[in-house]
Each structure stands twice: as C-alpha cells, then as structure tokens.
Design a protein around this ligand. Structure first.
Ligand SMILES: [Zn+2]
Length: 249
C-alpha cells in the first residue's frame, strides 16, 4: 500500500521519525511526503534523501502560510529531479473568507500551476471549500492532478474524474465523514488514492497522531460501503499512486 500524503517532517514526528519510517517500510510500499511550508520542504528533501525509493517528496506551500512562497518556488526549480511532484498548493476558503485575500491565493496558486506545467510535474492540490475554483484553474492542464483530502461535493468529484489525468485522494476522515463515504462510493477504482495527511486526521481521536499505515482503516470503510474487498481497494490505490506520481519503485 501507498500513502500519498503524509507530513512526516512535522515536529510531531521529531521524537521518533526513524522508528515511524521503519514501521512504514514494513507495512507500505512507499510514502509520498507532503509539505506545506519552506522549512518542511527542506526537511522533506533531507529525509527522503536518506530513504530513497521509499519516501518520495513533494514540495509545496499551503495557501494560508504567509509570504515565503517564492523560496518554495525556487527550491522546486533547484530540486526538480529529486521530487515526485509539487504540493500541497491550492486554495483554502475555509480559513480565508476575505475575498481580496482569496484572489491573492489564486495568484500564488497559478504560479505553482505554471511551474508544474513547465517542469511537467504532478500537482497535489489543497482545496478546502474551494474545490470548484481549484478545478477550474487546473482544467485542461497536461499534468497529473491529485485532489488531496478531497472534501467537496459528489457532483464535482464526478466531473473531476472524467479527466484521465486527475485523481481524488480519500483521507482517513472517511472513518467519520458520511459525505466522504458518498464520494468514495461513487469513485471508480482507477481514480482513487488513499492518504492519511499524517499527523492530522487520526481515525483514533484520543491518540491524536495519525500514521501512514492507517490507510488500511480507510480501505476497510470503503469495503463496508462498496463491497469491494479491502485488499483490492489498497491494490488499486497503490497502482494509481504509482501512475499519478510516476513513482520508480
Ligand atoms: Zn497536507
């Protein structure tokens, strides 16, 4: 199995990162490292360098993250051959209600889209409550597009998967969210990715630290919902991850 979105370079993993990665290696085929700010990007490059062919970094900049996105753009250019994609990048209207600032998010996002096109790299999109605008901005682009932690409407998901270069990534939130179960139920197996967004979205709310192997809990939920055996769900999601990120395992 492959977790396509884990922030293993967050401080939550500082105390035992290598142990966590060792357990990941036992349970998973690969983990795609997500990043949301400059410092995390630098760490992700370093950590992935120590676990080649297992950790695949993507470099990104969260839409609500302040002002050093240019440093991230530059880092991507300098490391284009060492990364599996650009992200997470995108729009967040959940945390940002100010229309002018939303416009600013779009300007920054479009710079990342342009760079992904130029470097022909997959793009991992954060689209909280801004799924429609994100979709409109990337429609027609000839790069692989991953809607990370998708939480938008079923109708839009249906539109997204009409595009062969787009995938919807289902997070461990599926363990709580009825809405997300509806999306998963509609998704054909070849459009589905699985992610934890570790350390966030722990299915065990008491423990409060998610880890990549928990995608198997999502697969169990999907089995319950659709009747598709969890092994088949995990296998399909793994194949899709290899394709979407062009992973060389
Ligand atoms: Zn994330």
């Amino acid at each position: 199995m492959i977790d396509v979105h884990a922030h293993l370079c967050f401080p939550e993993f500082d105390r035992d990162r290598e142990e966590i990665i060792a357990r990941c290696k036992k349970e998973l085929t690969a983990v795609v490292l997500a990043t949301a700010r400059y410092g995390e990007c630098v760490e992700a490059l370093k950590t992935a360098g120590m676990h080649k062919d297992f950790l695949f970094p993507t470099l990104g900049y969260h839409p609500t993250e302040g002002s050093d996105y240019e440093k991230v753009l530059d880092l991507i250019k300098r490391n284009k051959d060492r990364i599996a994609g650009i992200g997470e990048v995108g729009l967040d209207y959940h945390w940002e209600k100010d229309l002018q600032k939303q416009e600013r998010q779009k300007e920054i996002f479009s710079q990342f889209i342009d760079l992904a096109e130029k470097l022909k790299l997959p793009l991992v999109i954060h689209s909280w409550e801004a799924e429609r605008d994100c979709f409109e901005m990337v429609k027609g682009k000839e790069i692989n597009i991953i809607f990370h932690c998708y939480s938008g409407p079923v109708d839009l998901a249906r539109e997204i998967i009409q595009h062969e270069n787009m995938w919807i990534s289902i997070s461990t939130n599926i363990c709580f969210s009825k809405q997300l179960r509806k999306v998963a139920k509609m998704l054909p197996l070849d459009r589905l990715l699985l992610e934890t967004d570790s350390p966030f979205l722990d299915p065990d709310r008491e423990r409060k630290r998610n880890t990549p192997w928990n995608i198997k809990l999502s697969a169990e939920k999907i089995e319950k919902e659709t009747g598709t055996p969890k092994e088949k769900v995990l296998g399909a999601a793994r194949q899709n991850a290899i394709r979407a990120f062009r992973l060389k395992l």
